[in-house]
Design a binder for this molecule. Sequence first.
Ligand code: DMJ
Length: 566
Amino acid sequence: MNSLSKAPWKLNRLFISIFLIVVILLVTYQVFFIVNQYPDILNKPKEWWNHAYPPRLNRLGNDVVLKNVTSLKKIQYDFPYSSFRREFIETPEERELRESRRESIKQGFLHAWNGYVKYAWGADEILPISNLPRNSYNGWGASIVDALDTMWIMDLKEEFKNATEHISHINFNSSVIPISIFETTIRYLGGMLSAYELSGDEMLLEKAKQLGEAMIPCFNSPTGLPYNNWNLTRGLIDGTYKPYSTGILAQVGTLHLEYMKLAQLTGNSTFFYKVQNVTDVLDKAVKKIPGLYPTFISQETGRFLNYDVVSFGANADSFYEYLIKQYLFVGGAIDQYRRMYEESIDSMHEYLIKEGQVKNRPDLLFLGEIYHGFLPRMEHLSCFVPGMLAIGSKTLNRPKDLEVAIKLGETCYWAYNSTTTGIGPEDFYFLQKNVTVDEKTRWMQKNQKDTVLPDGIYKLNGNYLLRPETVESLFILYRVTGDKSYQEKGWKIWKAIEKWCKTESAYSGLYNVASNKEIVQNNNMESFFLAETLKYLYLLFSTPDVISLDDYVFNTEAHPLLRMKP
Ligand code: DMJ
């Protein structure tokens, strides 16, 4: 062969070599990309990877397949991430500060958890001063189930393992006394479903199914609205069992995410139909003001019982919260939820949001109630509203809702920042802009002898139950706006909790956060402190990809559940 005929062969070899080099470079790039995006892939068991990103099921049981599931609009702020390593961009100093704060929350969790393990293991709660166990939720170990996903998120896998071992022995088919269907659903059922999706532990799904099935007979009222309290043992064997109860909006209307998730994961549509019927009954029931649902309803007739009691606080709160979250959960495929949510929020703006009389703070907005006329009372419980509005604003393109969310969030934080402890009260009565203060109001103001009243407030209930709502909204507002001042606010609140609530074994609520005398602890630590307050604080100092609001929806007890995607 002469040198001329060898030339094409040499050229071919050159091309093949270049081709192979390009392929090798591309593969290497992909491997680096995946490992950097999900650094934990190398350290976790296979199950973690599989179940953290399970296949998306766009159905609510085998016979309810949702056709119009969409991605919906992005909720989270466009946080800066490096394009190659998919790393959250921040300076080394910023990272150090954020991580040290996150670690401080984790240590707080461990302090409370270890106290619970030592003094109250297996009971529902620890009494954090007397170091005794307490059972308020059927004695199944509410703190263990409620805290499960927090442990997973905080990477406390040993504690998680011990907790699942306990859960594997619980018999959810029997109850000692009638149990609260609402509390059992949001704490136990929500807790296990969320931890199942995060960890992939099939036992948790089995137990969730057992509990979900055991509670199904509670929907056997004439309208299908669930009874508030239910004896599981009797309910399962006695078809005529019917407890006396008056329906409470939040209790009948906050089971949906959990039962929808159960339907999705088990393929059993009954779980979905039961709660969808509840939505339909509430939707059809006559209201005085469109979108404002009175707090009490009859399970016998499906009619509201007192049209002049409306609130976004106790007994009503999470019903509204779930409307937008149900819509998110199904990727917009059921429009009824959006319509009901928007009607409610429009009326909330019109009837319940007011300006106050706080000196130098004209920006603050207050969320009142209706109690036979307008009642200028705002509860800690209703401080979930800023977070809800922020999520709804992004999802449904309602910019005014975000403006109001920011202002209400300011008010909730101000309520903390203006007490003697730096912790917010259970509720307070506010003076409204342009409303003259009458004698009765002045009298109430003077009568609050043990309390330092913040400006613009005339009555205050200073209890603090370690509730999460304000830090929940700070976390969501941070994720939605990218504004780091929410982290500063959350940190200040955490420092106050550390200072006033910490006990030898755990954390305790307080009697009067605005006291002008001694600050007294109340010997109570509800399981939502572990499930919600500490989780939201921890996530506030995590990178924004950890439990992104674009992938998950939180149940009202802060248990993240995966959203449906197309
Ligand atoms: C929690 O159990 C839930 O967040 C519920 O919706 C309201 N009350 C507590 C926390 O305050």
